[in-house]
Design a protein. Structure first.
Length: 209
C-alpha cells in the first residue's frame, strides 16, 4: 500500500502528456547549448553522449515501474508507455546524431565501427531490437498480437542491459555513473526472476494479517 497521495484520475491523461514534454527538455536544452557553442569539448560528441545517456535513463525508468508497484504500492503503469517511447526517441536521436553529425553518413566508416568496435555493435543491436517495441507500443498492436505482445516486449530486458553495457564500454574509464546504470539494469532485470515468489509471499502475508 502506498503512503503517498495519489493523483486524481481526471489528471492522468494530462500528466502523461506533461511527462512527454518534460522528458524531451534535456534534448532541447542540449541542442540549444550545442548550436550556441556552450557545450564543452566536441559539441557533437557531447550532444551524442547526452542523448544516449538519457535514452538509457528512460529505459531504466521503464523497467522500474513494475518493482516500484510491487515494493511500494505506487501504480505508475500509465507512464510506462510514455517512458518507453521517450527512451526510443532518445536512442533514435543518439543514432541519428552519430550517423549524420558525427560520421556524415559515411557508411564505410559506420560499417567499420560496427565490425571493429564491440560497444557500437552492441548499441546498434539494441537500437534494432528497440524499433519493433516502439512500433507496437499502441493499443491496436496489443489487441492484434495478444499474448505475443508480452513476449515481444520482454526484449526490453535485453535492450536495457545491452544499453548499459554499450554505455560502460564506450567510456575510457568506468566511473560511478556507468557502473551505477549497469548495476541498476542487472537489478531491474533480476527482479523479474524473483517477482512471482515475492508477490505470492506478500499475498500470503496480507491474508494472514
Amino acid at each position: 500500500m502506498s503512503f503517498l497521495p495519489t493523483l486524481p484520475k481526471r489528471y492522468h491523461g494530462a500528466s502523461v502528456w506533461a511527462l512527454y514534454v518534460i522528458g524531451l527538455l534535456p534534448a532541447i536544452c542540449g541542442f540549444y547549448l550545442g548550436v550556441t557553442g556552450q557545450l564543452l569539448g566536441n559539441p557533437v560528441k557531447e550532444f551524442e553522449h547526452l542523448l544516449g545517456t538519457w535514452g538509457l535513463r528512460f529505459l531504466l525508468a521503464t523497467l522500474a515501474i513494475t518493482p516500484i508497484r510491487d515494493l511500494f504500492g505506487l501504480n505508475w503503469l500509465r507512464y510506462r508507455r510514455a517512458l518507453g517511447l521517450l527512451a526510443f526517441y532518445y536512442v533514435t536521436m543518439h543514432f541519428l546524431t552519430y550517423m549524420l553529425l558525427d560520421q556524415a553518413l559515411n557508411m564505410q566508416v559506420v560499417l567499420q565501427d560496427i565490425a571493429k568496435r564491440p560497444f557500437i555493435t552492441i548499441g546498434m543491436a539494441a537500437f534494432t531490437l528497440l524499433i519493433p517495441l516502439a512500433l507496437t507500443s499502441n493499443s491496436f498492436s496489443i489487441r492484434r498480437l495478444g499474448s505475443r505482445w508480452s513476449k515481444l516486449h520482454k526484449l526490453a530486458y535485453v535492450i536495457t542491459i545491452a544499453g548499459a553495457v554499450h554505455f560502460t564500454m564506450s567510456v575510457k574509464v568506468v566511473t560511478f555513473e556507468p557502473a551505477l546504470y549497469l548495476a541498476l539494469a542487472l537489478i531491474l532485470v533480476g527482479w523479474r526472476l524473483i517477482r512471482k515468489p515475492y508477490v505470492k509471499w506478500r499475498k500470503t502475508l496480507i491474508k494472514a494479517a
